[in-house]
Write a protein that binds this ligand. Structure first.
Ligand code: IFM
Length: 448
């Protein structure tokens, strides 16, 4: 069986974070409020009232964090740019001090021999744009493209590749359909215009970045969906869920069309959001890479009662669980990668795992489950590459323990432990394991 040492020569090793989850310094140097500042201040919205106001204080401690990355021997670091540092209300005058932070960060990364991989939108929409409807307002897509151009004009001389959006599925469903994330809307399927406008923003921003000669990627949270049984009703429910979770966010970008959502009762124009020509703007035939954030597979059954959703979530049997309760099924990653080739064929660009990792409850467990999780997923990845799938890199989620959205600081995903009372960083066993793996893989592939 192939293992992680069979990953190809030149495979890029990285780690990932996101602005609101680590930066803190939410009122410094002219940063404007984002939907997450507003949401986290709402009583009961985030577990134990946690907020990202300080988080890991990365805004001030990034030199220490870059030293940790250098210690790992990373090729790349995926971070996100906080839109409200650059444009405090989402559009209008540029905040020079905010842009200068990312300028310093990029220079320091390059100095450490690490390639920056910025994500332009990781869920922290400017509150100023939310006040005008957020992603439910088509205009936000155009503001996003303007913002992309401003950041690219400043950093594009040193940053070769860019990710437009992070996990538009999760942002749409948790933020706009269910209301468990910012901005806390509960629109159910009528949240889908927010998905369409994010994808339109992706397409418009991709054109802006490509015009500047930069590479463009999109990071999707993809899950292989399996029916709970071969019964036709379960199979149909699983197909409907697959369309909603995976295909809505990938088909338009790679194929220029949405999957049919009639089984969910959703109209083809996504409640009037899709206008003539939009799919031509979203379709990105020159997409330079597709980012995959992989955590777990999903098992779906037909609904048991009338009304409600047209699918039910079923338990994944016989799998260990992360501290978050997510099933650990590494071979599902191999299946997912092979199925992407079957679905998209030549339209599938090179792939990068832009997030993978797990939360561990260290009050009861040492760090070993994280090492087991990552090593098994890297073996599964290597299996797919030996089957001919073009996967170029792996970014561990996450470099640091951080603000895990509605869970606050309760879920710890870091290779590095953070004491949130003092912001002290302490590398975990998985940090040493990842460092040694990176070095060993490089040495082994260099001699082949
Ligand atoms: O922390 C998140 C990240 O922001 C997006 N992908 C999943 C991670 C773990 O839940």
């Amino acid at each position: 069986m192939p293992d992680r040492f069979d990953l190809p020569a030149g495979f890029r090793w990285g780690a990932a974070t996101a602005a609101y989850q680590i930066e803190g310094a939410v009122t410094e140097d002219g940063r404007g409020p984002s939907v997450w500042d507003t949401f986290a201040a709402r009583p009961g919205a985030v577990r134990d009232g946690h907020t990202g106001a300080v988080a890991c204080d990365h805004y001030h401690r990034h030199p220490e964090d870059i030293a940790l990355m250098r210690g790992l021997g990373l090729d790349g670091y995926r971070f996100s740019v906080a839109w409200t540092r650059v444009l405090p209300t989402g559009s209008g005058a540029v905040n020079a001090a905010g842009l200068a932070f990312y300028d310093r960060l990029v220079d320091a990364l390059l100095e450490a021999g690490i390639t920056p991989l910025p994500t332009l939108f990781h869920w922290d929409l400017p509150q100023g744009l939310e006040d005008g409807g957020g992603w439910l307002n088509r205009d936000t897509a155009y503001r996003f493209a303007e913002y992309a151009g401003i950041v690219a004009d400043r950093l594009g001389d040193r940053v070769p590749a860019w990710i437009t959006l992070n996990e538009p599925f999760v942002h749409t469903v948790f933020g706009y359909a269910l209301g468990t994330h910012a901005p806390g809307r509960t629109l159910m399927f009528e949240a889908l215009p927010a998905a369409h406008h994010q994808l339109l923003g992706h397409g418009l921003a991709a054109a802006v970045l490509h015009d500047r000669g930069l590479d463009v990627m999109l990071s999707n949270n993809l899950t292989p969906v399996e029916p709970a049984s071969p019964a036709p009703a379960d199979v149909a429910a699983a197909e409907a869920y697959d369309a909603l979770h995976n295909r809505v966010f990938t088909d338009p970008v790679l194929l220029g069309r949405y999957p049919g959502l009639a089984a969910l009762g959703v109209p083809d124009d996504l409640y009037g959001a899709v206008r003539p020509g939009d799919l031509d703007l979203i379709h990105t035939p020159g997409l330079d890479g597709l980012g995959l954030n992989f955590y777990n597979p999903t098992r779906i059954a037909a609904p048991t009662g009338p009304g409600g959703l047209p699918f039910d979530f079923a338990e994944w049997p016989d799998a260990p669980r992360t501290a978050f309760g997510w099933p650990v099924v590494p071979e599902a990653l191999t299946r997912l990668l092979l199925s992407l080739r079957d679905t998209y064929g030549k339209a599938l660009p090179p792939l990068t795992i832009t997030e993978n990792g797990c939360s561990v409850d260290e009050s009861t467990t040492p760090d070993q489950p994280r090492i087991d999780f990552m090593s098994a997923h890297l073996d599964a990845l290597a299996h797919a590459t030996t089957e001919g799938i073009d996967v170029r890199g792996y970014y561990a989620w996450s470099l640091l323990d951080n603000f895990e959205w509605a869970e606050g600081y309760h879920q710890r995903f870091g290779l590095v432990h953070v004491d949130f009372a003092t912001c002290e960083r302490t590398p975990r066993a998985s940090y040493g394991w990842y460092r040694d793996l990176i070095a060993a893989h490089r040495a082994k592939r260099a001699v082949r």
